[in-house]
Ligand binder design. Structure first.
Ligand SMILES: Cc1cc2nc3c(=O)[nH]c(=O)nc-3n(C[C@H](O)[C@H](O)[C@H](O)COP(=O)(O)OP(=O)(O)OC[C@H]3O[C@@H](n4cnc5c(N)ncnc54)[C@H](O)[C@@H]3O)c2cc1C
Length: 343
């Protein structure tokens, strides 16, 4: 039952949402739509109000706001959220310690109750401006048109050529202490980094453990003052180049260096460079900042009229909570723009 059917529809939806929490564990990732509902699969090519590319936390939050605003919406998602390898997600109220998959599955089930929101499981590959809106093409040859676009496409972390690194990513090789620091507090911990950025990150991590080592993976570029700070906090520094990480199912045990030395370790923080997960915003002309994020204003508008962006692709503040908040803002503001244009 849709939500526009008066009090009965609303109470049914609430009942479903309650129940859906219980059935979460039975669902797989990426979500097999045929097992959840056939009502929300995109079947025709009618003009949509909004296409959201990226159906993870930020895209689903935008979709919920737009579904509740009675908009005809299509969410295109290729099913590769950046945190998919991490066993548990933290620091998001009401979902602390849940698996990333469970949070996303519940979110998608809740969004699917708004029957103006449709889904397409696949990769968007091209986008172009057309009269009165935009056209998006997929890798399998479908094309869809809408008045507005929202990119909630996230970013891709670039893994270094260190054996074992990507297997440990999100499990014991970590990007963020607010997400995972509590779970490895006071453990033997390393920071893989060098220079100003490495030093700054190391200072932050010293909040969670005193058993801390800086691995510069080559000659240190720290200043004398920074070295003195390390010494005063009894933080070791290892300059040897990392060859590989020894781990059990992603749980780090030892770092092996190219000079043959080793270092036992439980957690390694390693901020990574990234690239945009989706190249379409740039191809449409959306401006990126010098770090590589899509530039948006406070209501998630990009530099191209009618194109919005939200979540990790726009900010360093990389958390599920933030992605959801930005998605909600984008959804509300896209709707407002459409309303004002037609009123
Ligand atoms: C290893 C790791 C662990 C993390 N742990 C935590 C944690 O514990 N707590 C926390 O709050 N945050 C955590 N984060 C951060 C959090 O995962 C992100 O902030 C959040 O996932 C961002 O949501 P998003 O919707 O913007 O992007 P994502 O979740 O990355 O989703 C982007 C979606 O867009 C899709 N997509 C991209 N391009 C296309 C395209 N061309 N066509 C169709 N679909 C496309 C992708 O397949 C994906 O589904 C972690 C991040 C990482 C990397």
């Amino acid at each position: 039952m849709g939500i526009n059917e008066g009090p009965r529809g609303v109470s049914s939806r609430r009942a479903f949402i309650k129940q859906s929490g219980l059935t979460l564990m039975a669902l797989t990732w990426p979500i097999d739509l045929t097992k959840i509902s056939t009502d929300n699969i995109m079947t025709d090519k009618k003009q949509l109000d909004v296409i959201i590319i990226g159906g993870s936390y930020s895209g689903l939050a935008a979709a919920m706001a737009l579904g509740r605003a009675l908009r005809q919406v299509l969410v295109i998602d290729s099913g590769l959220p950046c945190n998919r390898q991490t066993p548990y997600s933290h620091n998001f109220l009401t979902q602390d310690g849940q698996t990333p998959k469970d949070i996303a599955t519940l979110a998608r089930q809740q969004v699917q109750q708004y029957n103006t929101v449709k889904f397409f499981n696949g990769l968007a590959t091209k986008g172009r401006k057309i009269k009165n809106g935009f056209e998006i093409e997929t890798a399998t040859g479908e094309s869809f048109q809408s008045k507005k676009l929202i990119f909630a496409t996230g970013i891709k972390d670039i893994m270094p050529p260190i054996d074992g690194f990507s297997e440990c990513w999100g499990i014991s090789v970590l990007h963020c202490p607010y997400c995972h620091g509590f779970e490895v507090k006071n453990e033997p911990t390393g920071v893989l980094g060098n220079g100003e950025k490495g030093f700054e990150f190391l200072s932050l991590i010293s909040n969670w453990t005193r058993d801390l080592t800086l691995f510069t993976n080559g000659k240190s570029t720290l200043t004398k003052d920074q070295m003195a700070k390390l010494a005063s906090h009894k933080i070791n520094m290892v300059e040897a180049e990392v060859e590989r990480l020894v781990h059990k199912s992603g749980h780090l045990e030892t770092i092996i260096f190219k000079d043959g030395t080793t270092h036992a370790i439980k957690a390694l923080y390693a901020p990574r460079p990234f690239e945009q997960h989706c190249a379409i915003p740039e191809s449409l002309g959306c401006a990126l900042n010098e770090e590589g994020y899509i530039i948006t204003d406070p209501i998630q508008r990009t530099s191209i009229p009618g194109v919005f962006a939200c979540g990790d692709n726009t900010t360093r503040m990389r958390t599920v909570a933030n992605a959801v908040a930005m998605g909600t803002t984008a959804g509300m503001m896209v709707n407002k723009e459409i309303v004002l244009e037609g009123f």
